[in-house]
Design a binder for this molecule. Structure first.
Ligand code: AMP
Length: 120
């Protein structure tokens, strides 16, 4: 998609600190990191959000998790831990409408569902 910033990063048309790219996914540093480790992995194909995922995207999404794992290990957070987050839609605060997984680590993360979060 022409005016999608993550499509532009995936094609190399827009600058980013690219960590990895192959035929299915691209990984790059988040512009506004919220932790010492914070990068994004996106499918190269434009998918608006998890709501638009189809069976045809399964290879790309499998690759996305496996690239997230490998880069998290390279960044040294495999033992301390890290979080994979895919914000989907307005309540989750999705701001860029090209599916992306945040990989966040290098510090303790406060939110746990047991910490009084109401799930109903
Ligand atoms: P979300 O709120 O889940 O849609 O996350 C969007 C993320 O994209 C935010 O963490 C932004 O900091 C990040 N972001 C926005 N523009 C860029 C960009 N040009 N390069 C890298 N990260 C970006």
């Amino acid at each position: 998609m022409e005016d999608c910033i993550f499509c532009q990063i995936a094609t190399g048309e827009r600058q980013a600190v690219v960590l990895y790219r192959d035929e299915l996914v691209t990984a790059f540093e988040d512009l506004h990191p919220i932790a010492p480790v914070h990068f994004l992995v996106v499918p190269n194909r434009h998918i608006r959000s998890v709501n638009e995922v189809t069976g045809a995207d399964e290879d790309a999404l499998g690759r996305l998790v496996s690239v997230a794992r490998r880069l998290a290990h390279e960044k040294g957070v495999q033992a301390s831990g890290y979080r994979l987050v895919i914000n989907t839609g307005p309540d989750a605060g999705q701001s860029v409408f090209h599916l992306h997984v945040h990989v966040i680590g290098g510090r303790k993360m406060p939110f746990r569902f047991e910490d009084g979060a109401q799930m109903r």
